[in-house]
Design a protein around this ligand. Structure first.
Ligand SMILES: Nc1ncnc2c1ncn2[C@@H]1O[C@H](COP(=O)(O)OP(=O)(O)OP(=O)(O)O)[C@@H](O)[C@H]1O
Length: 123
């Protein structure tokens, strides 16, 4: 028998709950996400210390969101890869390397953004 359809708002609230559970799971279990969250906290403190502009805050927050999102998706791809093929396989290696490579793009660009924002405050 089909389950009765739940109201739209309940359905969306549940989706939010699952998404937050996933976000906290990432922070609790993934070393790379812990490092990225630590970096995000450091630049947030720097932002308050140097009183960066509203535009700089927006760009910094976008860079943080980009790195955390791509890192989270990379973790999800690693988990899918381990689930579908737990043993060693050359193609799984390439899939994981490509996924990690996507994080590298985001992290390098975020680093460059950090330099562009903070170098003028330091020198
Ligand atoms: N099943 C596998 N088959 C082939 N190569 C693998 C496999 N698992 C991992 N590798 C190789 O080892 C590298 C590291 O994989 P791993 O799953 O440990 O990710 P990680 O980079 O340590 O993840 P994290 O982001 O959690 O630190 C991969 O990028 C890939 O080159």
């Amino acid at each position: 028998m089909q389950q009765p359809k739940e109201p739209f708002i309940i359905n969306r609230l549940k989706a939010f709950k699952y998404a937050f559970v996933g976000a906290f799971y990432l922070i609790r279990t993934e070393a790379s996400i812990k490092v990225q969250v630590f970096c995000a906290l450091v630049v947030t403190v720097l932002g308050f210390y140097f009183e960066i502009t509203t535009t700089e805050w927006c760009i910094q927050l976008l860079a943080i969101a980009l790195v955390l999102s791509v890192e989270g998706l990379n973790s999800a791809i690693e988990k899918i890869a381990d689930f579908v093929h737990p043993d060693y396989h050359k193609k799984i290696g390439i899939i994981k390397d490509v996924s990690a490579g996507a994080v590298t793009f985001a992290a390098v660009i975020a680093g460059i953004i950090g330099f562009i924002i903070y170098i003028p405050y330091l020198f």
